[in-house]
Design a protein around this ligand. Sequence first.
Ligand SMILES: [Zn+2]
Ligand SMILES: [Zn+2]
Length: 94
Amino acid sequence: MLKLKPSCENCDKDLPPESTEARICTFECTFCASCVTGVLEGVCPNCGGNFVPRPIRPKAALAKKPASTERVHKPVDVEKHKAFAARQNQLAPK
Ligand SMILES: [Zn+2]
Ligand SMILES: [Zn+2]
C-alpha cells in the first residue's frame, strides 16, 4: 500500500493525498511536480529511478487507510544531482 507521504522531500511543499502534483518513484520517494521537472530532471536523487504521478486515494478509502504524516525533508545538492541525473538519463532504457 502506498504511504502517501505528506510533503515534497526537496522543497517541503505540502502534498496532501488529493494533490495532483505529487510524484513518486518505485520506492515512494515523494516530490512535487515542479521539483521533478525542474531540479530533479526526472531522476530520483535517492534511487536513480524515474517518477510517475501518485494516484489519488478516494476519500472513503482514505478514512480507513489514512495517509502518512511523517515528513521527509532532504533537499538535493543541485550541482551533484545534475551530474547524477545526466548519468542516469543516459542509462535509462527508453
Ligand atoms: Zn518540491
Ligand atoms: Zn527513489
